[in-house]
Every structure is written in structure tokens, then in C-alpha cells.
Design a binder for this molecule. Structure first.
Ligand code: HEM
Length: 222
């Protein structure tokens, strides 16, 4: 069922943002919806994969790979039944009906966003606890997580979930934090890190850094 609750605590939505349903639990997609890059309900997979490809900053075969990976995730995001998959392939992924879908780990992830899309600061602190202070290539020092630290963080999340964690959660997680590191990360190679401050902005303000939005076409609806 489409959901018209608005997952925004009063006073926290930067002006001009489009409200996002709490039934969209993906921080990355929430930022795309809130800023008008994609609609909040049914989004054609071609459109979704194109925008994620643009955000990745990849070109040529690299971009094609990102687009295909996004398409494959999105086509099963609303259900695994053959009719549902066909519907997703033809009319798009329904972004305000992702909650309780096949990708929802029900608390097996970071737990930063709860079912009402409320942000839990203590869970951002939990994430930050797995990181270290790194030199920001554009100046200063900031807390961040490298690929290795993200891996430790994801394993700790699974462990914390105890018996509730399903065997395939580690596979789902590979398409979340490590991909966010690929897109948002600063620095190169093993030193590349995901900035905790930028993760916070993404979850709390539903905003991507300007260096990423510069890669995207102008939002259609604001
Ligand atoms: C580049 C593209 C994407 C990135 C970087 C990304 C990143 C993330 C991250 C970091 C999380 C948070 C996990 C946590 O709190 O532990 C997440 C959750 C989620 N994402 Fe995405 N995502 C992307 C694309 C997609 C797509 C295309 C879909 C489906 C259409 C999707 C559906 C979800 C869902 C349902 C969750 C909730 C999982 C849970 O609560 O366990 N994401 N994503």
C-alpha cells in the first residue's frame, strides 16, 4: 500500500525538499526523492539505473556495470514473485513500498533509520566507532570508515541481530555501504574512506554532497 505518512521530524526538512515516505528505508534513494531527482512512488528502472550510474561518476563500461547492478537490485526490491518482478521490470520500482520487501533486513543493518524513518543518533555514533580519523584530501581531518572498517561494521551489525539475521543479509549489505563508499568515498585505494559527517547529512538532511549532485541532471520536480 502506498503510504502517505511523511518520514520527516518537524523542523528537520531543509526547505524545498519533497517529503519522503518512511516506507522508503534506503538513505540514498531518500536523498534522490527528497531533492526531486526521481519520484517517490513508481520509478522506471531505466530512470533509476541511469541516475545511480550518473551519481557513480563512472563512464563507459564502468557506468554500464553500475546501471546493470542497480537494475538487478531494483527489479526484486518490491517482491520476488514472477508477476511482481515482471511488474517492476515494466512499470518500475515502487520506492514508497520498499519496507518489508525482500531487501528489508528488519534491523539487521545499521539501525540508523527506524520504521518511522526517524534517525537514531546513537546508531550514527555506533557506525563512527568502527572508523578512524583520516586526512580529508580537501583539507583537515575527519572521522571516516575505509572498506575494511565498513566490513567490520557490517559483520558487527549481523552479530548484533543475533538469530534474526538471515543467511543472505551479508549479500544484501554488499550493495549498500560498500557501494556508498564507492560513490561518496574520499581518497583512493585502500585509504579511501566514507566520511561519517557525510553519512550523517545523507540520513538526517537527505542530501548528497555537491560534488555528487554536480554529476546529476537538474532535478525535474522541486
Ligand atoms: C547506488 C545505489 C545505492 C546505494 C549507495 C544504497 C545504499 C544503501 C545504504 C547505505 C543502506 C543502509 C543500510 C543500513 O542502514 O545498514 C541502504 C538500505 C536500503 N536500500 Fe539502498 N542503496 C542504493 C540503491 C538502492 C536501490 C536501487 C534499492 C531498491 C530499489 C535500494 C533499497 C534499499 C532498501 C530496501 C534498504 C533497507 C535495507 C534495510 O533496512 O535493511 N537501494 N541502501
Amino acid at each position: 500500500m502506498p503510504d502517505d505518512r511523511i518520514g520527516t521530524a518537524p523542523g528537520t526538512a531543509p526547505t524545498g525538499q519533497i517529503p519522503v515516505s518512511p516506507n522508503n528505508p534506503c538513505p540514498f534513494l531518500r536523498a534522490l526523492v527528497a531533492n526531486g531527482y526521481v519520484g517517490g512512488h513508481a520509478v522506471p528502472l531505466s530512470k533509476l539505473s541511469e541516475i545511480v550510474g550518473d551519481a557513480s561518476g563512472q563512464t563507459g563500461p564502468g557506468k554500464k556495470k553500475v546501471r546493470l547492478a542497480t537494475w538487478l537490485v531494483a527489479v526484486i526490491a518490491n517482491g520476488l514473485g514472477p508477476l511482481r518482478v515482471l511488474k517492476s521490470a515494466t512499470s518500475g520500482a515502487v520506492l514508497d513500498e520498499l519496507r518489508d520487501g525482500p531487501l528489508d533486513k528488519h534491523g539487521g543493518g545499521s539501525r540508523i533509520l527506524d520504521v518511522d524513518a526517524k534517525v537514531h543518533e546513537d546508531e550514527i555514533a555506533w557506525l563512527a566507532g568502527f572508523g578512524k580519523d583520516y586526512k580529508d584530501p580537501s583539507g583537515g581531518v575527519e572521522r571516516g570508515l575505509t572498506a575494511k572498517e565498513i566490513d567490520t561494521f557490517m559483520k558487527a551489525n549481523i552479530k548484533r541481530d543475533g538469530d534474526a539475521a538471515r543467511w543472505y543479509y551479508p549479500m544484501l549489505m554488499k550493495g549498500e555501504w560498500p557501494v556508498l563508499l564507492k560513490i561518496l568515498g574520499k581518497g583512493e585505494g585502500e585509504a579511501r574512506y566514507l566520511s561519517v559527517a557525510e553519512v550523517r547529512t545523507l540520513f538526517v538532511e537527505r542530501r548528497l554532497p555537491e560534488r555528487i549532485t554536480k554529476r546529476l541532471p537538474k532535478p525535474a520536480s522541486r
